[in-house]
Design a binder for this molecule. Structure first.
Ligand SMILES: [Zn+2]
Length: 189
């Protein structure tokens, strides 16, 4: 049975405003994961959607397809439209990493199937360096100076270094042969 009361009415009675922070804390049910507010809206057939998404639609308008509604305030239960912003899946992952919520990924460089080549976009995503840049500035680098120094100085086999740092045999050999990471010399250790 469709809910007869206007969506805005139902929305505005389900949060309390927190002094100072200005967060609108959702007091109705929350999602089992993440603590986001839950609100049922009718769109054709009944479906559940995040209360913060409902807030965005009520105050700011449509959420473009594929976009996420993210929190500036890092309070998942907050539904204050002024604390929300739109982002794509990359923004969402980066946001989670910056706020320490993402377990699997540590560095924003590894987010998404592929880092964009466009420099302005890379900067916006917090990706260091230029595309195809060498050494640690390369977005895809698995090695850093410390590891390279280790590879240059410790007497392990290619296979052992490969396992240790998740790089190919070739990558280790290139370091030994002075074909990559040429800027790293052991004197500066
Ligand atoms: Zn908030």
């Amino acid at each position: 049975m469709p809910n007869a009361r206007p969506l805005a009415d139902r929305f505005h009675e389900k949060y309390v405003v927190v002094p100072f922070s200005g967060c609108w804390l959702w007091t109705a049910s929350t999602m089992s994961r993440g603590g986001y507010g839950k609100m049922t809206v009718e769109q054709g057939e009944q479906q559940c959607t995040g209360a913060h998404r409902v807030s965005w639609m009520l105050h700011k308008g449509e959420i473009p397809k594929g976009m996420w509604v993210l929190h500036r305030c890092d309070v998942p239960a907050c539904v204050n439209p002024d604390h929300l912003f739109l982002g794509d899946v990359v923004d969402n992952n980066r946001d989670a990493i910056e706020k320490g919520r993402h377990k699997g990924l540590r560095r924003p460089e590894f987010v998404g199937p592929k880092a964009p080549k466009n420099l302005a976009r890379r900067r916006r995503l917090g990706i260091r360096g230029r595309p195809n840049q060498k050494g640690a500035a390369n977005w895809n680098a698995r090695l850093d100076e410390t590891k390279v120094r280790d590879i240059k100085s410790r007497r392990l086999t290619k296979a052992e270094f490969s396992r240790l740092y998740g790089v190919s045999f070739k990558a280790v050999k290139n370091i030994w042969d002075g074909k990559s990471w040429v800027g790293i010399d052991l004197q500066k250790m």
